[in-house]
Design a protein around this ligand. Structure first.
Ligand code: PGA
Length: 249
């Protein structure tokens, strides 16, 4: 099963539901391939609840883009807890996106976020990725392992966690890793996960960063890839559908 996960970031108003409707129509018609993949879309908090009512029994699932490190309710202005996300029927959450790490989310905070998301039975898409300098200094694997080790508890069973490998230098830049380089990184991450966690469940890893209808061709032959986290191109139903179409072409 491949995942195509759309991350809308700070985008979307009530009328943007059309984008999801169009994708959903495509999925219903794509009889040849639609059992092979799952589509999850992450609109902003303002739209999650109303969109979810509409898409409850559809093939598309919705996802929150983040959650608070604190559980339940509390004096945390502007924050939304995993408990509140779950209460409106949402089952997925993105944690650790590099844009949020850049604005102050450190490993300690992320560890708490992951914990509260697990407590609330949410499926987690946990983002990791090295920046340009770290890549240049050949620190990629070291950075990725540290991001995983510092946040995911050792006894985690990975039933509800998907790792999204998103090189920071690739997000929104049009730059993507070379396929053989990406494959090597994915193999190394999976090997590390197997040795560090000893989970009975299989480890899933997505790639994210400048995935679009053209670049998707580069990822088709990469084994060990369980899907994609798509930013910019997920804001247009056509662009998002073209990614899926080209992937299975
Ligand atoms: P991008 O973003 O596809 O626009 O590069 C990916 C992401 O930030 O998840």
């Amino acid at each position: 099963m491949k995942y195509f996960i759309g991350n809308w970031k700070m985008f979307g108003i009530p009328g943007s539901i059309k984008i999801i409707e169009r994708i959903n129509n495509f999925l219903s018609k794509d009889k040849k391939n639609n059992k092979k993949y799952k589509v999850i879309i992450a609109p902003p908090f303002t739209l999650l609840s109303s969109f979810n009512r509409k898409f409850k029994n559809k093939r598309i699932s919705l996802c929150a883009q983040n959650c608070s490190q604190f559980d339940n309710f509390g004096a945390h202005t502007g924050s939304v807890s995993a408990y509140m996300i779950k209460a409106v029927g949402i089952k997925h959450v993105i944690i650790g996106h590099s844009e949020n790490r850049a604005s102050g989310e450190n490993d300690v905070i992320l560890r708490k976020k992951l914990f509260t998301a697990i407590q609330n039975n949410l499926n987690i898409i946990f983002c990791i990725g090295e920046n340009k300098t770290q890549k240049r200094n050949k620190l990629t694997l070291q950075v990725l392992k540290k991001q995983i080790k510092n946040v995911i508890m050792k006894n985690c069973n990975f039933k509800n966690i998907i790792i999204a490998y998103e090189p920071v230098w690739s997000i929104g830049t049009g730059k993507i890793p070379k396929p053989d380089e990406l494959q090597k990184t994915l193999i190394s991450i999976k090997k590390f996960l197997k040795s560090h966690f000893r989970s009975k469940n299989s480890f899933k890893i997505l790639y994210g960063g400048s995935v679009d209808y053209k670049s998707i061709h580069n990822f088709k032959l990469i084994k060990d890839l369980d899907g994609f986290l798509i930013g910019g191109a997920s804001k247009s139903s056509k662009k998002f559908i073209d990614i899926i179409k080209n992937f299975y072409k």
